[in-house]
Design a binder for this molecule. Sequence first.
Ligand code: C2E
Ligand code: MG
Ligand code: MG
Ligand code: MG
Length: 292
Amino acid sequence: RAKTLGKARYSVFDKHMHDKAVSAMEIEHNLRRALEQDEFELHFQPILSARTGEVSGAEALIRWNKPGYGTVSPSDFIPIAEETGLILPIGEWALRAACRHVRGWLDAGREPLTVSVNCSARQLQRQDLPGIAAALLEEAELDASLIKVELTESAVMGDVDHAISVLNRLHAMNIKISVDDFGTGYSSLAYLKRFPINTLKIDRSFINGILENDDDRAIISSIIAMAHSLNLSIVAEGVENEEQLALLRDLGCDEIQGYFYSKPLPADRFMAFVDARARSLREAGDEALEAG
Ligand code: C2E
Ligand code: MG
Ligand code: MG
Ligand code: MG
């Protein structure tokens, strides 16, 4: 972005660009304040086992509760946080908050759930991500296997050797690794084999077309087959209806995330979802027993 701005020819007609730059500066300023004033919050979107229908974990998604405005969605501030480098402290905040939530749930006597935390390219580009993660896990006295880091293809494809070395260190610590929005970038599975990853998350755009578009279905089906042969698990994101769910189950998808089950929820409502889900599975099981 900075490059594009530098190249721009300034003219009186550039008011739109000027406004954009000013508002980016304003957002940067506000983001700094948001960190100081603790205005961020994590929401949790349930991730369910396709096979059993149980909640296996959640994706932690950041929200900004901006005073006098309401909730700002991450797509409106994460890109600016990335450009300004503020994603480093914000990313650390998100990882710490996720660890604390998981610790709180364990302390409340709940079954362990895996929480996925999004991580930007900028965070991966540094050497200190594994060290930061280790410190935060220790702070929360948490088993590393309960945290999963989500990185996009483009994040890992930047400086490949560096990415591999950082990911190897995370892997050695027992932190799990997902490739987010899989299918939207340029990496191939053969290439990704070089990375110590556990999971592919198929991008919502493929799930969107899965019922109508034969190509999308063929792509997903072959991604799943190849992923399984490489010992990777598959999460489908953006599952919005029962038909998509049924098809993804048939194709062998491992886990499901999407509005069909639930939007991202504040922590207390996520826990209520987990409880309600467990209850309804139990009741369905009891009914099946009675009927059988
Ligand atoms: P993502 O990591 O791919 O997260 C999935 C996004 O898809 C979330 O949007 C989620 O609410 C949305 N989604 C899930 N299921 C459905 C569905 O069935 N239909 C539709 N239409 N949407 C669905 P959200 O929460 O607005 O986050 C947007 C993006 O912001 C995330 O995409 C991620 O790239 C970024 N992000 C969020 N939190 C963080 C964070 O803590 N750190 C970093 N670096 N990025 C974050
Ligand atoms: Mg994600
Ligand atoms: Mg995603
Ligand atoms: Mg996405």
